[in-house]
Design a protein around this ligand. Structure first.
Ligand code: ARG
Length: 409
C-alpha cells in the first residue's frame, strides 16, 4: 500500500514499537501524526509529545481519556458484570475501543486517510482497532506496521539506534505489560510456560496475599442504578473510586488472576492479571443485583453477560448487538441501588452486609420464626403441580431411575 503523501494518525504509547513506527511511516512517505491517550496507565516515562515530534511526527495529540474511559466503557462493563472466561474484566479490550475512537476523531480533525496502531498479528488488539475503525469510519484505512512490516526486537533496536530514536537504557523486563485504570496484564517471558508459577516481580498493584495485613479491612460500596458512586460513605467520581479501591484492595492481595485464555485468533495464551478494584466492584455489584433483581431477570441476565463479555473481547463493541444488549442491561439496572459491605482479607473479598431501598428480600417472608407471612399451606398444592410432569414421566416410563419398593427395602 502506498502511503506517499498520506496523513496517518498513529496510536502512540511512547515505547519502542510505536516510536519506530513513526519513523517507518515517515520513510514510506506518509505524514505521521501521533496520538497518546491517557487511560490511567500511570505516568508516561518520557514527555511523549516531545519524543514523537523529535522522531518526526507532524504533530502529537495527548488526550486525557480517563473520564470518558470510566464513563463510556468501564461503566457499561460493570453493569453487565463483564468478565471474559468468567474472570478477566476486559480492561485492555475496553481501552482499545476508546483509543480507536480517538484515532478516528483525530483523523477527522487533521483530514487523515489512514490510522495506524502497533498491534501484532497474533493478538486481539488488532481486531479491536480494525473493527472499530470499520464501524465508526469505514472509509479510513488501517495500517499496522508491527503486523504488516514485521521487524524483530533486535532489528527494531538497531533501526532505532540508526535513526536516533531513544532506546530504553534500563535492563528490559522479560514481561509484556499493559495497564490502565481498570487493570494490569502481564504476559510473555517465563510466563509462557504454563507450569511456571509467577515470581513476585510480576506484580505491581497487588501485595502477595501471604504478606497482606493480618487484620481484614471492610469497604462499603454505594451503588446507584448499577454504578458505584461512593466508597466508605464518601461520594466520588468513578475514576477516583476505582483508583482508591485499586490501592485498598491491592494492599490486601485482592485481584490476582492467573489464567489460560482463548484469544479470538485461536491461540490459547497464559495471562496474569492484577485487577483489584474491578474484582471488588463486580463482586459487590453482583451481590446487590441478587438482592434487588427478580430470579428470572438474574437468570436471563447471566446469559446476556456472557455474550456481552465475548463481544467486548472479540472486537465487537460498536455493533448493533452490543447496543441492544446495553439497552437490556440498562433496563435491569434501574433497580440496582444500594450498599454492599465487602471484607478484604489476604486475597479474599467477601460480601458481608447488604442493603437496598428496593430490596426484594423480605425478612417477613424468609424468617423461620412463627410470625412469618409466607403461607406454607399453599406450598403443597404448588409442588403437586410443579412436580406433575415428573410424576407423569415416571408413570409412563417407569422413571429416569426408578427405585422400586422391593429394591428400596
Ligand atoms: N489478553 C488480554 C486481551 O486480549 C490482555 C492483553 C494485554 N496485552 C496486550 N499486549 N495488549 O484483552
Amino acid at each position: 500500500m502506498s502511503l506517499e503523501g498520506k496523513k496517518v494518525v498513529l496510536a502512540y504509547s511512547g515505547g519502542l514499537d510505536t516510536s519506530v513506527s513513526i519513523k517507518r511511516l515517515e520513510e514510506k512517505g506518509a505524514e505521521p501524526y501521533a496520538l497518546y491517550v491517557d487511560l490511567g496507565q500511570g505516568e508516561a516515562e518520557t514527555d511523549v509529545k516531545e519524543k514523537a515530534l523529535a522522531i518526526g511526527a507532524a504533530d502529537c495529540f495527548v488526550v486525557d481519556g480517563k473520564e470518558e474511559f470510566a464513563g463510556e466503557y468501564v461503566a457499561p462493563a460493570i453493569k453487565a458484570n463483564a468478565l471474559y472466561g468468567g474472570k478477566y474484566p476486559l480492561f485492555t479490550a475496553l481501552g482499545r475501543y476508546l483509543i480507536s475512537k480517538k484515532l478516528v476523531e483525530a483523523a477527522r480533525r487533521v483530514g487523515a486517510t489512514h490510522i495506524a496502531h502497533g498491534s501484532t498479528g497474533k493478538g486481539n488488539d488488532q481486531v479491536r482497532f480494525d473493527v472499530t475503525t470499520a464501524s465508526l469510519a469505514p472509509d479510513l484505512i488501517v495500517v499496522a506496521p508491527t503486523r504488516d512490516w514485521k521487524m524483530s526486537r533486535p532489528e527494531e533496536i538497531e533501526y532505532a539506534r540508526e535513526h536516533g530514536i531513544p532506546v530504553p537504557a534500563t535492563k528490559e523486563s522479560p514481561y509484556s505489560v499493559d495497564e490502565n485504570l481498570w487493570g494490569r496484564s502481564i504476559e510473555a517471558g517465563p510466563l509462557e510456560d504454563p507450569e511456571h508459577e509467577p515470581t513476585p516481580d510480576v506484580y505491581e498493584l497487588t501485595t502477595d496475599p501471604e504478606d497482606a495485613p493480618d487484620d481484614p479491612q471492610y469497604v462499603e460500596l454505594g451503588f446507584e442504578e448499577g454504578l458505584p458512586v461512593s466508597l466508605d460513605g464518601e461520594e466520588m467520581p468513578l475514576v477516583a473510586l476505582i483508583a482508591h479501591l485499586n490501592e485498598i484492595a491491592g494492599s490486601h492481595g485482592v485481584g490476582r488472576l492467573d489464567m489460560i485464555e482463548d484469544r479470538l485468533v485461536g491461540i490459547k495464551s497464559r495471562e496474569i492479571y492484577e485487577v483489584p478494584a474491578a474484582t471488588v466492584i463486580i463482586a459487590a455489584h453482583q451481590e446487590l443485583e441478587s438482592l434487588t433483581l427478580p430470579k428470572d431477570v438474574l437468570r436471563f441476565k447471566a446469559h446476556v453477560e456472557q455474550r456481552y463479555a465475548e463481544l467486548a473481547y472479540e472486537g465487537l463493541w460498536f455493533t448493533p448487538l452490543k447496543a441492544a444488549l446495553d439497552a437490556f442491561v440498562d433496563e435491569t439496572q434501574k433497580a440496582v441501588t444500594g450498599t454492599i459491605r465487602m471484607k478484604l482479607y489476604k486475597g479474599t473479598f467477601t460480601p458481608v452486609s447488604r442493603s437496598a431501598p428496593k430490596a426484594l428480600y423480605s425478612k417477613d417472608l424468609a424468617t423461620y420464626d412463627p410470625e412469618s407471612t409466607f403461607d406454607e399451606s399453599a406450598a403443597a398444592g404448588f409442588i403437586a403441580l410443579w412436580g406433575l410432569p415428573a410424576r407423569q414421566w415416571a408413570a409412563v416410563h417407569g422413571g429416569i431411575e426408578r427405585v422400586s419398593p422391593q429394591r428400596a427395602g
